[in-house]
Design a protein around this ligand. Structure first.
Ligand SMILES: C[S@@+](CC[C@H](N)C(=O)[O-])C[C@H]1O[C@@H](n2cnc3c(N)ncnc32)[C@H](O)[C@@H]1O
Length: 331
């Protein structure tokens, strides 16, 4: 009996876009912020959002069924993750990151055409960056990146290190958080020229100008500043193919002092490529953004490290289901 199949799972996949659309709309109208602020009935939400009662009814039903909202007796409340990350004004508000890929929605629904009439460049969307778009981009990445960076400094002890090179460091989240945590450490954020203008603003806001510097460059080309004793590359992995990532890892190896370490943090597929879905989707995202990137497996990442000469190479979960971390040492 347990082998009976039906269409439930396939129907869910066919209509999965509806969940994204509801989340975007809920954020647009500030649903979770209003609930957190005390609008715990639909009547109160109608007044606070200015929406028609029927639309509040529809939105609340969707949010309850997606487990974004819950009941606290007769009143509505936010699910714990929603209360932490989706309430505007709270320290860990990650709304900009949740909305980050919304402009790509129409592109995802042109996937077939994009595959049939392939048009890609090595840098994809990064060819077009301006200082303004980089600022907007990193408003989104920083809303999640500083949390990841705090996890990094809790996981990796850099107390004996002196200079960290942060490849594609964006907002500088990893560099800023690392120098704040480890007294003797300095850091250099290497990112594309328009981006490091925005990076400098985050560095200034954190007051760490004397310990974090920037270099505007394309990490797919040229040698890296040297010597350094730690290299971090975070959340860039699926943007590039194996040849580019292997080349970056090899040049990072050359830039490191003997005994130095590299951490590659990214969305990695399990070796059988059956999960996580998110890693596979970030690989597909590169079709939508017009680069030549793809999802990489954990074994492929280990192989980039070993081929470059790293030893003690291993991949562990970083944010389970989302990010993994490949580490290696220069012998
Ligand atoms: C998703 S963000 C991650 C930022 C940061 N590492 C973090 O985890 O918060 C990717 C970053 O990689 C940078 N990047 C992508 N391709 C690059 C390249 N070829 N050279 C330098 N930086 C690059 C982007 O500009 C962007 O800042």
């Amino acid at each position: 009996m347990s082998n009976r199949i039906d269409t439930t799972r396939l129907q869910e996949i066919a209509r999965a876009y509806t969940a994204s659309a509801v989340l975007y709309a809920a954020l647009d109208v500030g649903l979770f912020t209003e609930v957190s602020g005390g609008c715990r009935t639909e009547e109160a939400l109608v007044t606070a959002t200015g929406l028609r009662p029927i639309d509040v009814d529809r939105l609340v039903s969707c949010a309850l069924s997606l487990e974004l909202l819950d009941w606290d007796g007769a009143e509505l409340c936010n699910a714990p993750d929603v209360e932490t990350y989706l309430v505007e004004g709270k320290e860990r508000y990650a709304g900009p990151w949740m909305m980050f890929t919304r402009p790509d929605v129409s592109g995802w629904f042109q996937m077939t055409e994009k595959m049939r009439e392939a048009d890609s460049t090595k840098l994809g969307m990064y060819d077009e960056l301006t200082v303004e778009s980089a600022r907007k981009y990193h408003q989104a990445t920083s809303s999640i990146g500083f949390g990841a960076a705090r996890r990094f400094v809790r996981t990796v002890d850099l107390s004996n290190r002196t200079h960290l090179l942060d490849l594609g460091g964006g907002s500088g989240a990893y560099s800023i958080t690392s120098v704040e945590q480890f007294e003797g450490l300095k850091a250099t954020v290497l990112d594309l020229p328009p981006v490091v203008v925005a990076t400098q603003e985050y560095i200034n806001d954190a007051g760490v100008e004397d310990r974090v510097s920037t270099i505007g460059a394309d990490f797919t080309e040229g040698e890296f500043p040297s010597p350094v004793d730690v290299v971090v590359m975070a959340s860039n992995l699926p943007i590039y193919d194996g040849e580019v990532i292997g080349g970056v890892v090899a040049r990072a190896f050359r830039a490191l002092e003997v005994g130095g370490e590299m951490h590659l943090i990214g969305e990695m597929l399990d070796n059988d490529r059956k999960s996580p879905v998110d890693a596979a989707m970030w690989g597909m995202n590169e079709l939508i953004c017009g680069s030549q990137g793809r999802a990489h497996t954990r074994a492929e990442c280990e192989n980039y490290f070993r081929s470059a000469g790293f030893v003690d190479v291993e991949v562990t979960d970083f944010v389970p289901g989302i990010l993994a971390r490949c580490v290696g040492k220069k012998p």
